[in-house]
Design a protein around this ligand. Structure first.
Ligand SMILES: O=P(O)(O)OC[C@H]1O[C@H](OP(=O)(O)OP(=O)(O)O)[C@H](O)[C@@H]1O
Length: 204
């Protein structure tokens, strides 16, 4: 997507394919508020002030396993930098489904750690109060282990917060979160350091 018109067109297309606001927000890596604005803006004569948001499209990386590999090496380097400061060792790399999976898997291989897969609450078909995210039984376990959490984008930080809390409940120790893009620009979430290739900081 090159400009706002492309973004509007994509949002309308996704809506006509049956996706709801939250799903469109996740596809475009923008907030729900922005999706509402994009869909409203698509209607003739409707103008409302644009929300402050940034759309992230990292498909130029995601479409190529080679590029994902190189990026995963860069993320590993950032993890090692953090671990040096804390003298910790990584046992498991936890990929947040879906977009964190390919990077986390490659990183686990590089770091000689196990790979685990986390399904967040919002990935569930129907989210009921009290529902929790889960670690997939097909991959590594986390109890008693030092975990690196990997995702593509932090927007509001709610998914990252959820993963950290869930891992702690499972007896794991989250030691660092690594993402491609941090739109929240936080140093830490729930006392866990955030490392990102690109960090968005607003100046207005
Ligand atoms: O900081 P937040 O506001 O919580 O948003 C960020 C999360 O949203 C997307 O996940 P999604 O569940 O849509 O899965 P995806 O990886 O398939 O896009 C993204 O991959 C992050 O996990």
């Amino acid at each position: 997507m090159k400009n706002i018109e492309d973004l509007i067109q994509k949002a309308v297309e996704l809506q006509s394919n049956g996706l709801v606001t939250g799903q469109i927000a996740d596809e475009l890596n923008v907030s729900r508020e922005t999706v509402t604005w994009l869909l409203t803006r698509s209607k003739k004569g409707v103008t409302a002030p644009a929300p402050k948001d940034i759309s992230v499209n990292w498909s130029s990386i995601g479409k190529s396993a080679t590029r994902l590999h190189y990026i995963s090496l860069a993320l590993c380097d950032m993890v090692l930098e953090t671990l040096e400061k804390t003298n910790a060792e990584v046992d498991v790399v936890v990929g947040v489904a879906a977009s964190g999976i390919p990077l986390a898997s490659m990183m686990a291989n590089e770091l000689g750690a196990d790979f685990a897969l986390y399904h967040s609450r919002k990935g569930q078909d129907v989210v009921q109060p009290g529902h929790k995210g889960t670690i997939s039984r097909n991959f590594g376990t986390v109890a008693g282990k030092n975990c690196v959490i990997v995702d593509d984008v932090i927007t509001t930080g709610s998914t990252t917060m959820e993963v950290i809390e869930q891992l702690r409940e499972m007896g794991a120790k989250p030691i660092v979160v690594v993402v491609l893009v941090d739109k929240k620009g936080a140093d830490t979430i729930a006392n866990v350091p955030i490392q990102s290739l690109v960090r968005i900081v607003r100046v207005d």
